[in-house]
Design a protein around this ligand. Structure first.
Ligand SMILES: Cc1cc2nc3c(=O)[nH]c(=O)nc-3n(C[C@H](O)[C@H](O)[C@H](O)COP(=O)(O)OP(=O)(O)OC[C@H]3O[C@@H](n4cnc5c(N)ncnc54)[C@H](O)[C@@H]3O)c2cc1C
Length: 437
């Protein structure tokens, strides 16, 4: 049995994509990385739609081949049914050599963790970090080894908090800020059977998803609510986003909650037809995530860097959470690696990380927020950020925004310079081919 040491160079809290990316970059640069994950093995969670930007980070982690071999569902593109309009986009129209995926997050996260373990990271499962104490020149972390029911402390030079929505450091230091204009809850469950849409918006029976590539579907309900449909290998994840003010209608009420959930998601256009002949897997339960959108007052405290959801999460509409976790973990470890090499410049690297993260969060807000909440100052600041992004990255973001037409902000920002690549179909046309039962 591996024993938890008393000291290490960098401690990483949390074994999601953010934690795995952090470990990989550290050990590849010769820095010791110890990771605590509180679960026995990664759990199923939201964040199942992986957009093609992922592969850039998979290459940095040297895990691309293993992910390709795992056999997750590759997706052809995305579609939306928004305010009566049906729109779709194909990844093949963009400059990406690899497609997006629909992944089971327990398997995806485990694959990344197993990989970074082979690269030399020391992974400890069932170890929960309890408290972080910033000390001059280092950090001390109190933990609970749940399997052995033992408590202990470990010292490190730098800490990466990748604890996801638990935000260990952010909550401990009271750094989390909510935006009153943007408070939502999500409820989701898993279905067997039914149908999905392929790249040409044909209805295809569940079971063919490895041969005929699906599209992800987002379908809106009411004002600012929407349903997602993400088909995976064994089941389909369906979830609904509702404003927090409507929480009472969806809270857990035993069996009654299942009925409410089912009736709410079936109200979204196309979803009822896609669920023809399907069955909710009740044993897997209806899961929820409450008030998931926030950002911190700052991204670094002492020598603790916050990455991924532990720092900030804006909105799932653009499926960029995993990407943001990977990007922030890479940037944080870049700063830490440089700080080990050039300790007298450590503060400069912290400022670099802080600025990068503030900019990214502003950008994702611009993509997700209703137009009326966006200030001229935000638009101006984002113009510079957009200029630094690659053209296919820009084009995909612009197309994703236009797909739902939920927010016009990116359109305002880059205007007609980068036209979206998408196709409009009438909803009646798509539904004409829906299965009848
Ligand atoms: C409704 C909804 C839908 C979403 N859909 C998508 C999508 O389709 N695509 C996408 O890219 N993103 C999506 N996201 C976002 C995505 O789920 C997250 O951004 C992503 O999982 C963040 O990765 P992470 O590594 O930061 O944290 P996580 O993946 O949450 O990992 C954190 C890990 O830390 C562990 N942990 C927590 N506390 C402790 C502790 N004290 N000690 C030790 N371990 C601890 C947890 O067990 C967990 O394994 C969605 C989010 C929401 C709310």
């Amino acid at each position: 049995m591996k024993r938890i040491q008393n000291e290490c160079e960098v401690l990483v809290i949390g074994g999601g994509p953010g934690g795995a990316m952090a470990c990989s970059n550290l050990v590849q640069n010769g820095i010791e990385a110890v990771l605590f994950e509180k679960e026995k093995t990664p759990l199923l969670k939201v964040g199942e739609n992986v957009i093609p930007h992922f592969w850039k980070f998979a290459e940095l982690m040297k895990v691309k081949e293993k992910v390709e071999k795992e056999g997750f569902v590759f997706k052809a593109g995305g579609s939306s049914c928004w305010n009566g309009k049906f729109r779709k986009m194909k990844f093949s129209d963009f400059n990406y050599s690899t497609l997006g995926m629909h992944v089971e997050r327990d398997k995806f996260d485990k694959l990344l963790l197993d990989h970074v373990e082979t690269q030399g990271a020391k992974i400890f499962y069932e170890v929960k970090a309890l408290k972080v104490i910033n000390d001059k020149g280092g950090v001390e972390v109190e933990y609970h080894d749940l399997a052995n029911d033992e408590k202990g402390t470990i010292k490190c030079k730098y800490l990466i908090d990748a604890s996801g929505q638990s935000s260990l450091v952010g909550l401990q230091e009271n750094l989390r800020q909510y935006d009153e204009a943007f408070r939502f809850n999500a409820y989701w469950g898993y279905y067997k059977g039914g149908y999905y849409l392929d790249a040409n918006a044909n209805f295809v029976e569940f079971g063919n998803q490895l041969k005929i590539k699906p599209m992800t579907i987002q379908s809106n309900v009411g004002e600012w609510g929407w349903v997602w449909h993400i088909i995976q290998r064994e089941f389909t994840s369906l979830g609904i986003i509702v404003p927090k003010s409507k929480r009472g209608e969806y809270q857990s009420f035993g069996d009654n909650n299942v009925k409410r959930f089912e009736s709410a998601i079936r109200k979204a256009p196309i979803i009822k037809e896609l669920l023809t002949g399907s069955e909710l897997i009740e044993d897997m339960g209806i899961k929820s995530i409450i008030d998931y959108s926030y950002q911190p007052k700052k991204f670094i405290v002492g020598n603790c860097y916050m990455v991924g959801d532990a720092a900030a999460f804006v909105d799932p509409i653009n499926s960029a959470g995993i990407l943001m976790a990977l990007f922030s973990a890479y940037s944080a470890t870049w700063a830490i690696i440089r700080s080990f090499k050039f300790p007298n410049r450590a503060e400069e690297y912290k400022t670099y990380y802080e600025t990068q993260m503030q900019d990214r969060v502003e950008f994702f807000k611009l993509l997700a927020y209703p137009s009326e909440y966006i200030t001229d100052e935000m638009i101006e600041r984002n113009r510079n950020i957009v200029r630094q992004m690659g053209s296919s990255e820009n084009q995909l973001a612009f197309t994703q925004c236009t797909l739902t037409n939920r927010s016009k902000n990116l359109n305002e920002l880059i205007g007609d310079h980068i036209p979206p690549i998408l196709e409009d179909l009438s909803l009646e046309e798509v539904l004409r081919a829906a299965p009848q039962r």
